[in-house]
Design a protein around this ligand. Structure first.
Ligand code: GP9
Ligand code: MN
Length: 617
């Protein structure tokens, strides 16, 4: 008697699986990732570019057996869907794509910040429905147990491989900088699809090993030549802080919009608002960090090189030779350098990297009295942190560099009620509302620090550099931020929100707001200028902010930039003052500088080129 039921051939089942996986990849690419689509060709690429790699992968369920191996088929579907879903969750939080290096550094930083569950949505279950259907079909339907011919397999592999290269080539033809500027991850995913992007990223993970092995002093000489073209003018401020102690205050997640901003009629940063009146206040400095967050800002200030696009240099290249700020201060002024931070010494691999950068001492969690009462979120609260730090600072020989890294204003911005000195914001986003209270608390902590230093005679002979390390309100919450600030929607709001405050306070000097566009990478040359140290022969991408040209691009790690006239963001050129979208040709001349500088900086780091500095033929 003939069997009743749905009949499917193994090939039909196989192609059904391929089609389902393709379809959901396309849906996630369009709806889950906020990819900017400029032309119909961009959209077409996004639709077709997962096919080659996806088909080749799913094909693994039949290459090595005579018949379709259903269990393998399901396992591959689960794995690839898991990868896609992981990408989606990561994207929801970071608005970025996972790199292999970030996966490796989770042991140093503890993985995705907020609870992963918070990032999940009920709709996400739909991603797995096709797997259930295929599993059901393979059980219930009558899969005619025909063998899959070798000829078919060969044709399938040939077709998929051809498609893979053809589509990658098409993507490349669209953006010639695609592979050389692979730090632009959105461009990569848009042009070659999420799976090929991962494959490329894995292969590129080998780059540091290869680059280091083949690098020679000739590569370093090429970079020294580039640097020689960068002569800077001097100013009356040269040497204004000569011989003074240096206190750097890294203000966790502090964005520039908090300065002089009121919420519910109260200032968020009353102390900093007063301080800038007696300081050099740079109000157009942009956050240039990438996946290494705080460690990237530290890296830029210590080395004046760009951070890496994927992962943190602190974690990836802690053994490289660097001409650091600490080394320069030691050579030019016998400075003693220490970093102060109430977290574990291994966080961001600081312990190892600091030693290499030439810090004499790292006062970490182990050097502080940390209790449940004086801690919140990531560790010791800023007020007790500063109180205890001053006692430790007293033990240091002078002149010194003391870098104090705050912690309380860290995502998700938690604070005990009796530390809340200002009412929360009243937007639709708890993150934004709480941020106001933790920034206000940090401001109070800094105010008390200044008072304690004055009380102990440690204020007068010091230059203070305060800077926001990076954004606190990620892109995901920027709509609520606009709501709080009363900003109308504009595609360039994001770039404005990336500004971090930089305040240089020399007792008795300053009282000037300087509005030149700049980045964190420029802090070191500016500081060295004030200290009266010429560092012209150092390899550095930063510029002295007192003389920086307003047209020179402030470069972001994803290949974007901003200067006095233009903003280049996600592949689109904007007029900086009107927010109007321009033809990309307007931004092109600056893109070359962006490309050159990021490329050279990466070469230095991956090739460990500073080890050859000064070596001639
Ligand atoms: C942890 C602190 C915060 O030690 O530096 O790190 P972040 O998440 O901002 O990079
Ligand atoms: Mn930080």
């Amino acid at each position: 008697m003939a069997q009743k039921g749905i009949r499917v051939t193994p090939k039909l089942l196989f192609f059904l699986a391929c089609a389902c996986m393709w379809l959901k990849t396309v849906i996630v690419s369009f709806i889950g990732f906020d990819i900017t689509i400029h032309t119909w060709f961009d959209a077409l690429l996004l639709v077709v570019n997962p096919i080659g790699s996806l088909f080749l992968l799913i094909g693994l369920s039949m290459y090595f057996t005579k018949r379709l191996h259903i269990k393998w088929l399901l396992a591959i579907m689960i794995l690839v869907t898991g990868l896609l879903y992981g990408d989606l969750l990561y994207y929801r939080f970071y608005i970025d794509y996972v790199t292999v290096s970030i996966l490796f550094q989770f042991k140093n930083v503890g993985g995705i910040g907020p609870s992963t569950f918070e990032l999940m949505k009920a709709w996400d279950l739909l991603l797995f429905v096709d797997i259930i259907i295929i599993a059901w079909l393979s059980k219930k339907a009558i899969v005619q147990s025909k063998e899959i011919s070798v000829r078919f397999k060969k044709r399938f592999i040939g077709f998929s491989t051809l498609l893979l290269f053809l589509l990658a080539g098409l993507g490349w033809s669209q953006s010639p900088y695609l592979f050389s500027a692979s730090y632009n991850r959105e461009q990569m995913v848009k042009s070659i699809g999420p799976y090929n992007y991962h494959l490329y990223d894995i292969v590129m993970g080998l780059r540091p090993t290869i680059d280091r092995a083949v690098a020679t002093h000739v590569d370093t000489a090429k970079i020294e030549e580039y640097m020689a073209s960068k002569q800077e003018d001097t100013t009356d401020f040269f040497g204004l802080a000569k011989g003074k102690n240096i206190v750097l205050i890294s203000m966790e997640s502090t964005q520039n919009f908090v300065i002089n901003q009121k919420v519910n009629g109260r200032e968020i940063t009353p102390f900093l608002n007063d301080l800038i009146k007696e300081s050099f206040y740079f109000n157009q400095i942009y956050d240039q960090t990438a996946q290494g967050k705080t460690s990237d800002s530290e890296f830029m200030i210590d080395t004046s090189l760009y951070p890496l696009s994927g992962g943190s240099v602190f974690v990836r290249r802690p053994g490289n030779t660097f001409t650091s700020l600490q080394h320069l201060l030691k050579e030019n002024g016998q400075y003693y350098s220490a970093s102060f931070h109430g977290n574990d010494p291994s966080f961001w691999n600081r312990e190892k990297m600091y030693e290499n950068l030439g810090y004499d001492r790292f006062f970490s969690k182990q050097d502080y009295q940390v209790t449940d009462e004086n801690s919140v979120n990531y560790g010791i609260k800023d007020i007790p942190f500063f109180e205890q730090s001053v006692e430790l600072m007293k033990t240091m020989p002078e002149p010194y560099l003391a870098k104090l890294i705050t912690l309380t204003n860290h995502f998700p911005f938690l604070l005990d009620e009796n530390d809340q000195l200002i009412a929360m914001g009243n937007t639709d986003e708890g993150v934004v509302n709480r941020y106001v209270t933790t920034v206000r608390y940090q401001d109070e902590a800094i105010k008390r620090l200044f008072q304690t230093l004055k009380d102990n005679g440690m204020y007068e002979d010091t230059i203070f550099v305060l800077y926001g390390d990076h954004y606190g309100i990620s892109k995901k919450y920027e709509a609520a931020l606009s709501q709080m600030l009363g900003d109308a929607y504009s595609p360039i709001n994001h770039i404005h929100y990336r500004q971090v405050p930089v305040i240089i306070h020399i007792p008795g000097e300053g009282g000037e707001t300087i509005s030149v566009p700049g980045g964190e990478i420029d802090i070191r040359p500016t500081l060295l200028h004030l200290l009266g140290m010429k560092a012209e022969d150092t390899i550095s991408f930063g510029h002295n902010l007192f003389t920086r040209k307003a047209s020179h691009p402030v470069i972001f790690r994803d290949g974007g930039f901003v200067n006095d006239t233009y903003i280049f963001q996600d592949g689109v050129c904007f007029n900086k003052s009107s927010g109007e979208q321009l033809d990309n040709t307007a931004c092109e001349p600056y893109q070359k500088t962006v490309h050159d500088e990021l490329g050279l900086s990466d070469e230095i780091i991956f090739g460990d080129l500073l080890r050859f500095k000064g070596i001639k033929d």
